[in-house]
Design a binder for this molecule. Sequence first.
Ligand code: A2P
Length: 316
Amino acid sequence: MKTLNFSHNDKMPIIGLGTWKSKPGEVYKAVLTALKTGYRHIDCAPIYGNEKEVGNAIRDAIKAGVLTRKELWVTSKLWNDAHRKDDVIPALRKTLSDLQLDYLDLFLVHWPVALQPGVMFPKGSDDFLSLSEVPVAETWQGMEAAVDQGLVRHIGVSNFKLERVKHLVENSRIKPEMNQVELHPFLPQDELLKGCKELGLHLTAYSPLGSKDRSSAIKKDDEPLLLEHPAVKKVAEKRDCTPGQVLISWAVHRGTAVIPKSTNAGRIAENLNAAKVELSVEDIQFIAQIGPEYRFVDGSFWAMEGSPYTLSDLWG
Ligand code: A2P
């Protein structure tokens, strides 16, 4: 399995298992199956509401001798209600306790959006804090403290536009090493990829398959189907693989980590096997012409009436 290089010679396996939308009751089996199948990278977040079960699966896999903790890469994230410097470590400790781990390999600021403590999703304008009240620089000091205390090996961000990444890199003691963003052929984000690489950050592609299982609250009825796009199907036929594998392999060929979510044993294996799919330069160019641009997770839930956040400020 290809890996991405991090500081201290750490290596992140390029394909990981996504756990967003994996329901409690399903995610234990999914993670255990994935680890037995050979996954060595699990992507988590407290807002997914399933870290305790993910933790049980990791614990049981280690107990059963499937792998050691050192062989596994675990990423989790800081939710938006814990952006104040002094709230970062307590939030991290809750995640570590739920995951039953002593440390995370990677800890990300989930969104450049701050909410009042205890607010998971905003219901009204009072639930927000603006970035002038709690600047990312303040949150980052908490993230750096997490590294200093040995609770996380690497830190990074998620859903950050290039300008914001640049500002953070220029104003941080411990540099971010990852930006996890939505990436797939409908949203290739070439400039962000190039810019982040130049600044020393890797990208992780979330929603690489188009996240068709999003809740109806954040899913539009008429959105395009990535897995059924004729160009993706054509390359799948040519390479004798599935459309899902084409999309995962496309991400790997671009040098980004990729975290397809599945709770189905067959698709969990299928997605890991995408590492073996070879795409030619022509295949990649063919897929690159797919358009039109489409963002599945557009962040409009942060841009409600009265919110200090706007979509143009979020994405640039
Ligand atoms: P399931 O969990 O039943 O396998 P994303 O990673 O972009 O969020 O997409 C996840 C969605 O894609 C889920 O609905 C998941 O369903 C489905 N999925 C995962 N792997 C594949 C695959 N190889 N082919 C088709 N659908 C897939």
